[in-house]
Design a protein around this ligand. Structure first.
Ligand code: DON
Length: 590
């Protein structure tokens, strides 16, 4: 109800702005309609529509939906920390952007502590069930399943980590009372919120998969018709789940009737049952991991190590580029993008061979990031044309290993939250249920992830194991790259994005745009994407002027939509926020 009143408020006050903002946030397949923006965020919407960053003096938040930003802002304005605000934001995102993240998924969090100056990373990634085997996604003949045959249903569901991560972060760094952090999400779930253009568009596109399971179909396609943009949607089951979480604490999700219900849905999913058990939920643990921090032109780029490939691959790309004068070349130079594209291909070749959950597979992390290794590999970039072929390197390693190259697939959803609070803390968290709407199984108002399809479906090749194969209890390799850049020990840029394995390119580009090309937070986010992972160069509209020059250098160029969801906060004398014009998010601060 309230969302509609707010929508009206904005329409009456700022009709042109509302339309502009809607245009700016409604990318491919996003459906039609106008995004409902609370009055408090009208200036943020205007700044985004006009390509300007948002500025503030004390605290700032940037996230994927205005109602989630509003909830987080309320927490920060009343003295909460970035960890408190994240809990409120995640609870609302699970309602208003359910296709991307929620209690049924997993997340990685990077934290810079204002008091101690320490950087901590928390791994709330989903885990493979104890009953999973390397052949989980293979048919009886050992052939890999078709991607969506694996995704939709119970087989792909890993033990969710997001609720435990919320509790862990709050326990370590929260100041506000836990129950109150769910108040906005519970109210919105009960009273209803206006379905956004992007959500409506994604429901329409995914109607076939969403209709496979009765609970999911009845929620997203009531009476068989896809929800429309602006339609008021209530989720009383989610309100009940949140209320239990708020009042009884996080264990309520991992043991007892909620856990039993999740397991029952997974194990009895029609046509595609999974092997998740109540034991898997009961033993789930958030893991603190050593942060992966790499140097780049006087900055320290800190992020998430394995099981994410994010920080390692971003760090390799930047390390390979450091010897080259990108600042002088600038963003319009084909030569700059040749260097960036081939540095990225080299880093992706290593990623495909070596990166996986380091609790299961020895990962040559130190060797991959060693300055002498990167310097030697960057010599490969000294030519004038696109590299004809790219192969993994031989990083120094104290294990003798022969690995086969990875074969994993990734498709859209996911959300990124960046927060700077008044205590000098910085939080960067990328959160996901993997594919859009995850496994499409919905339990107690919550969509369950399909994160296990981030594993390689093929387990071995020519007798060599693939590092990212399925194993019981293992965490699938991720590309999520929640990042905090620091200079002299202080955070200067907080960022991250959705986008599957393109996340790595989006994050690296944004860092280069900000560090090398002097762009502000909004310009850096909005700069058209050019992403190269495996050879072909993906170019977004706006980067079209570079298509022919890159073809002339030998690249196969594909012009396509690239739906990142970058949320960036630059921390200087003041805070400056940027929100991705390709999605519905906003930055807001005071
Ligand atoms: O962990 C990962 O890398 C993926 N599951 C993230 C999926 C994603 O970003 C989809 N994006 N649009």
């Amino acid at each position: 109800m309230r969302a509609i009143v707010l929508l009206f408020g904005l329409f009456c006050a700022l009709p042109a702005l509302a339309q502009q903002a809607a245009d700016a946030v409604a990318p491919e397949g996003a459906g039609v309609g106008v995004l409902s923006v609370p009055p408090m965020l009208a200036d943020s919407a205007e700044a985004k529509a006009n390509g300007r960053p948002v500025e503030a003096g004390n605290w700032m938040i940037a996230a994927a939906h205005p109602l989630a930003v509003e909830a987080g802002a309320r927490v920060l304005a009343s003295g909460g920390t970035a960890a408190d605000a994240m809990v409120a934001v995640q609870a609302v995102l699970g309602l208003v952007e359910p296709q991307s993240s929620g209690l049924g998924g997993g997340a990685f969090l990077v934290w810079h502590d204002g008091a101690s100056g320490e950087i901590t990373t928390l791994d709330g990634r989903e885990t493979a069930p104890l009953a999973a085997t390397p052949r989980l996604f293979q048919d009886e003949g050992g052939q890999p399943l078709q991607f969506f045959d694996a995704v939709v249903g119970g087989l792909s569901v890993g033990t969710p980590g997001t609720p435990a991560l919320m509790a862990e972060a709050h326990g370590r760094w929260g100041r506000a009372g836990w129950p109150g952090l769910f108040a906005d999400a519970i109210r919105l779930a009960e009273e209803g919120f206006a379905v956004s253009p992007r959500l409506a568009g994604q429901i329409a596109e995914d109607a076939t998969h969403l209709s496979r399971f009765a609970d999911t179909r009845d929620y997203f396609l009531p009476g068989g018709k896809p929800l429309q943009s602006g339609q008021i949607l209530r989720n009383p089951d989610y309100a009940d789940t949140l209320r239990r979480l708020a009042e009884e604490g996080v264990d309520v999700f991992y043991t007892g009737d909620i856990a039993a219900d999740i397991v029952a849905h997974v194990q009895t999913a029609p046509g595609n049952p999974g092997v998740l058990s109540e034991m898997d939920l009961a033993i789930y643990q958030v893991k603190e991991r050593a942060a992966v921090c790499t140097p780049y032109r006087g900055h320290e780029v800190c992020g998430m190590g394995p099981p994410s490939s994010g920080a390692t691959t971003v760090g390799q790309i930047l390390g390979l580029l450091e010897p080259f004068d990108l600042p002088a070349l600038g963003p319009d130079s084909p030569e700059a993008w040749r260097l960036i594209g081939d540095a990225s291909r080299l880093a992706f070749a290593d990623r495909g061979r070596y990166l996986a959950d380091s609790d299961y597979v020895p990962v040559p992390l130190k060797g991959l990031l060693a300055p002498n290794y990167l310097r030697a590999r960057s010599e490969l970039l000294r030519g004038d044309d696109a590299l004809p072929e790219v192969a993994p390197g031989d990083p120094e390693f104290d294990h003798a290993l022969i690995r086969a190259d990875d074969r994993s697939l990734e498709l859209p959803s996911t959300s990124h939250i960046s927060i700077a609070d008044t205590y000098g803390n910085a939080l960067s968290m990328t959160t996901t249920i993997e594919n859009g709407f995850g496994s499409r199984l919905m339990v107690r108002g919550v969509l369950l992830n399909n994160e296990l399809t981030d594993f390689s479906f093929v387990s071995h090749e020519d007798g060599h194991a693939i590092a990212n194969r399925v194993e019981p209890g293992k965490r699938p390799r991720s590309s999520m790259a929640p990042t905090i850049l620091r200079r002299d020990g202080q955070p200067v840029l907080i960022l991250g994005s959705p986008g599957g394995s393109r996340i790595i390119g989006y994050v690296a580009k944004t860092i280069i745009a900000w560090v090398d090309w002097g762009m502000d937070a909004q310009e850096a986010v909005a700069l058209p994407h050019l992403v190269n992972r495996f050879g072909p160069y993906d170019l977004e509209a706006g980067a079209g002027g570079l298509a022919n020059p890159l073809r002339a250098l030998g690249y196969e160029v594909k012009e396509t939509d690239l739906t990142s969801g970058l949320h960036v906060i630059a921390v200087g004398e003041r805070l400056q926020g940027g929100a991705d014009p390709r999605r519905e998010g906003l930055a807001y601060g005071e």
